[in-house]
Design a protein around this ligand. Structure first.
Ligand SMILES: Nc1ncnc2c1ncn2[C@@H]1O[C@H](COP(=O)(O)OP(=O)(O)O)[C@@H](O)[C@H]1O
Ligand SMILES: [Mg+2]
Length: 426
């Protein structure tokens, strides 16, 4: 094509883009979205003064180059453990900006969990000189350990190593890593290392050997779950920066706090509810955020959680669940409550259509119990006089979820399949 053949450029016509309906509808309710994110560390942490003070008191000697005790922090998820430690880090940096006496190192063991990776991660935070850094691969645990020890000792300071989510590291390799880190001081001559371990698992110490338990838990701090009142204060502080006045309906914060306190006393969940509610209201073009938006947010969070569980279930469990759905929704059957036998009969039929192995009724009874434990179905034990006992099974998921399962690729062959009329089995 030469220049002359070129199609003359059309004059730029101002057209609506596919995004226009969304941007036009969207009200900007959120002034500062950042403060509603889970990664945001607020300047103040309401209701954690006592824990902050406790930790500060324990680690304060490090600022004069004395080794503080090791600390083990436990508390359920969302109780502010990670946030408090970030706060502590900020304060330590204020007290010793050039790290003359004390160096703070944070490792999240959910991300790096193998012992060598943990050591590697610590080393490369500590070792500042590029040429001394440890290569990412090829070094054995022992070599990384020795290099780290000799580097640390050359520094002459106190190292505070925070290991967050330590149960993750434990799952991989037991308490080996804690052993190496807590015994490092026996080799060190000038520097000292203190460990702060953090875990969401309140029973974590039961998993540790006696030796490590006493070493790691020289000091123990427990973060209790937040009460609804405390959650309200936490949310209010964030909301004041996040929204302009008058955007949040008065009932919203108490409602988010009440729901989250009832579930777990988890500040993360409370913040998620508020943020998602605000997002939904914005997207909807509403001018205020109300309890109704919180309800939507709640069901969306639940939907995400349940669909994740269902998606990752073994195939046989999916087929059992599908059988219960079919028994309930099929025109000819339409049974809200059904017996194990009725589930089994539909299950066998579906296995035939999908070409899957049919397990015994006993195995299916076990799968039904699992689904019951996951809260996906309700199974009520009923007594039938001389016939003994049986279970009455009922679905316990929303229609959104039912639709999601029905759309699953694996059930495609069922789309146009009409089940045989069932005879009631017991
Ligand atoms: N006391 C508090 N004040 C303000 N925000 C808090 C408080 N406690 C927790 N948060 C917030 O709640 C979320 C979850 O806290 P996080 O520290 O990650 O919990 P954990 O580490 O115990 O699971 C974070 O966004 C955090 O900033
Ligand atoms: Mg955490």
């Amino acid at each position: 094509m030469n220049g002359e053949d070129k199609i003359p450029e059309k004059k730029e016509v101002h057209r609506e883009s596919i995004f226009t309906p969304f941007t036009a509808k969207r009200n900007n309710l959120i002034k500062n979205r950042n403060v509603l994110q889970n990664t945001f560390i607020p300047i103040q942490l309401p209701h954690r003064d006592r824990e902050i003070e406790q930790i500060a008191e324990i680690i304060a000697p490090s600022l004069q180059k004395f080794k503080p005790s090791n600390i083990l922090i436990t508390g359920r998820t969302g109780t502010g453990k990670t946030a408090v430690l970030s706060y502590i880090e900020r304060e330590l940096k204020k007290a010793d900006p050039d790290e003359e006496n004390c160096c703070y190192v944070y490792v999240n063991c959910e991300v790096v969990d193998a012992p060598t990776s943990i050591l590697y991660n610590i080393s490369n935070q500590i070792i500042k000189e590029h040429e001394k850094k440890i290569p990412f691969t090829g070094w054995s645990f022992d070599k990384v350990y020795e290099t780290l020890v000799s580097y640390i000792d050359g520094e002459d300071k106190v190292f505070i190593v925070v290991l967050d989510e330590i149960d993750m590291a434990f799952q991989k390799k037991g308490d080996e890593i804690f052993y190496f880190l807590t015994t490092m001081n026996e080799i060190l001559k000038k520097s000292q290392v203190s460990i702060i371990g953090i875990t969401n698992n309140t029973k974590f110490t039961e998993l540790l050997s006696t030796k490590i338990k006493s070493r790691l838990g020289e000091e123990k701090i427990i973060f209790t779950s937040y009460t609804p009142e405390q959650l309200k204060d936490i949310l209010r502080e964030r909301a004041d920066t996040a929204f302009n006045p008058g955007i949040l309906d008065e009932a919203v914060i108490p409602y988010c706090a009440a729901i989250s306190a009832q579930d777990s006393g988890d500040a993360r969940r409370a913040l998620d509810l508020l943020r998602i509610a605000a997002d939904i209201a914005e997207r909807n073009g509403d001018t205020k955020i109300t309890e109704a938006h919180v309800n939507y947010a709640r069901s969306r969070i639940e939907l995400d959680a349940v669909s994740e569980v269902i998606k990752t279930m073994p195939m046989q469990s999916k087929i059992v669940l599908m059988s219960i759905i079919r028994n309930r929704d099929n025109e000819d059957i339409k049974k809200n409550r059904m017996t194990t036998g009725e589930v089994y009969s539909m299950y066998s039929e579906i296995c035939g259509v999908l070409g899957h192995q049919v397990l015994t009724q006993r195995r299916i009874t076990n799968i039904i119990s699992e689904l019951d434990m996951l809260g996906i179905i309700h199974a009520i034990v009923k007594s039938y006089g001389r016939n003994g006992r049986t279970k009455e099974i009922e679905l316990n998921i929303t229609n959104d979820i039912v639709e999601m399962i029905s759309r699953d690729e694996v059930f495609k062959p069922l789309l146009n399949y009409k089940p045989k009329k069932q005879t009631t089995l017991m």
